[in-house]
Ligand binder design. Structure first.
Ligand code: ACO
Length: 428
């Protein structure tokens, strides 16, 4: 008769072990009872990069990588991107349900009235060099915010967590915009609480002399991009937020760890790398040689491939549509032609087909950001702005999960066995 257990035979000893199966998963700790003798530590699993290990239970985001499905709290990303505002999505991710009118009004109001940062933040932003990478500035400054809000240490108080989330949601756009202005040598433009979340951010980045004429199509396009980035279950930066947050540190520090992870070229830094790649390719006739170099292992096709999606990333599909809307406003970017041709060739090539490599969220997003007027090194900051609600929702879920403890993986020790220390004078 079928039972929800797994029977394991240890061929070293001939012993049989029965391990419970829940949600198609066994608990790694249940393997610890598999021992050769009583002194044995017990069996562990080895899973570098967590390729097949669930580290938490989560009710926030569902992904089916083979079928190209992404849902926030059960809602398909296509519907959310078309119909929701970014702050509605942030609310949905953090509270589990779409907000009522009263709830979204209160959420927007609270965020709107926390957009200012202490003037000392401006002082330490000014300490960064003129050419400092905005992601380096952002991660340092968000980490630094923890010193302004020592009350944020009380991570086990739900009301306290709420206020810190509002602060982060409100202040990250301000700091991101200040980083943008710093790298251009422009004076900081202060938040305007009469504008909505996106409008205020765009104004803080692009306003000159207090004036900026908003383009509603570009603003909605930016909002859709932020929505598409808002959460993506246990990716590298979210895992960083969870792991660092599991130590009980305040959310400003945990989120700055997420920003650090996102900075890397294999994660959020990929949109920046896509633009560099398109620049290097330069013209369409050089694409075949580039593809050959990729296939020979010399390069990676940036913006392609994903740990989870083994079909077309549903966000990339939506972003491609947004790209057309944006380019109608701004005029066609010649790099789009190179990107489209790269995609066409790659999707017909056996190297990419056999490895299930499809465009990911970063393949087209950089082109759109560039058309909107953002410099390449700012793209990942925009990603961070979008991902913040997801980091916060996942951080809260981790804090309130009774099964979670401080993150602390095991290792297989491969170093020297015990040996006696050799004094310096006796070393050869
Ligand atoms: N170009 C060329 N070959 C690739 C690419 C790529 N972009 N991605 C994977 N491959 C190849 C690998 O060389 C490997 O081939 P092999 O089996 O012959 O050795 C195979 O496909 C599997 O690749 P892995 O690196 O094992 O896949 P993994 O799941 O570890 O990596 C990752 C996923 C990091 C996203 C990878 O596809 C990559 O480097 N892509 C380019 C960077 C990128 O676009 N990152 C953004 C990801 S989305 C996000 O973070 C928002």
């Amino acid at each position: 008769m079928a039972s929800d257990t797994l029977t394991i035979t240890d061929n070293r000893t001939g012993t049989l072990y029965e391990v419970p199966i829940t949600d198609d998963t066994i608990r790694a700790i249940d393997l610890r009872k598999i021992k050769v003798n009583a002194d044995d530590f017990g069996m562990m699993t080895y899973d570098p990069a967590f390729m097949n290990t669930a580290a938490c239970r989560s009710a926030i985001t569902f992904i089916d990588g083979d079928r190209g499905i992404l849902r926030y709290r059960g809602y398909p990303i296509e519907q959310v991107a078309e119909q929701a505002s970014f702050l509605e999505v942030a609310y949905l991710l953090n509270y589990g349900e779409l907000p009522t009118k009263a709830e979204i009004d209160a959420w927007e109001h609270d965020i709107r009235y926390h957009t200012y940062v202490h003037t000392n933040v401006i002082k330490f932003l000014e300490g960064f060099r003129y050419d400092a990478h905005p992601m380096g500035m952002l991660l340092g400054t968000i980490g630094g915010l923890s010193t302004f809000y020592p009350d944020a240490k009380d991570v086990h108080d739900p009301a306290n967590r709420k206020i810190q989330k509002i602060r982060l949601m409100a202040k990250l756009p301000t700091i991101a915009a200040f980083c943008f202005r710093h790298s251009r040598g422009l004076p900081y433009e202060f938040p305007r609480n009469d504008l909505d979340y996106i409008g205020n951010f765009v104004n803080m980045t692009f306003s000159i002399g207090g004036k900026h004429e908003p383009n509603p199509v570009l603003q909605r396009a930016l909002e859709i991009l932020l929505i598409l980035h808002a959460d993506h279950e246990q990716n590298c930066s979210t895992s960083a937020v969870r792991a660092v947050g599991s130590s009980g540190v305040d959310p400003f520090s945990a989120v700055s760890a997420g920003i650090a992870a996102l900075y890397g070229p294999l994660h959020g830094g990929a949109n920046e790398a896509v633009l560099q790649m398109l620049d290097e390719i330069g013209t369409k006739d050089r694409i075949p040689a580039f593809i050959e170099a990729v296939k020979n292992g010399g390069d990676r096709l940036m913006g392609f491939g994903h740990r989870v999606y083994k079909s077309y990333d549903p966000r990339a599909k939506l972003i491609k549509q947004v790209a057309y809307d944006v380019f109608q406003q701004t005029g066609l970017n010649p790099k789009l032609e190179i990107a489209l041709e790269l995609e066409r060739i790659a999707l017909e090539d056996d190297y990419f087909i056999s490895r299930k490599l499809y465009p990911n969220v970063d393949f087209y997003s950089g082109l759109i950001y560039q058309a909107m007027g953002y410099p390449t090194d700012f793209f990942t900051v925009l990603f961070a702005l979008g991902r913040l609600p997801g980091w916060l929702a996942q951080w809260e879920e981790m804090i309130t999960d009774k099964e979670q403890k401080i993150a602390r993986p095991r290792q297989i020790y491969t170093g020297e066995d015990a040996r006696d220390f050799v004094p310096l004078v006796m070393r050869k």
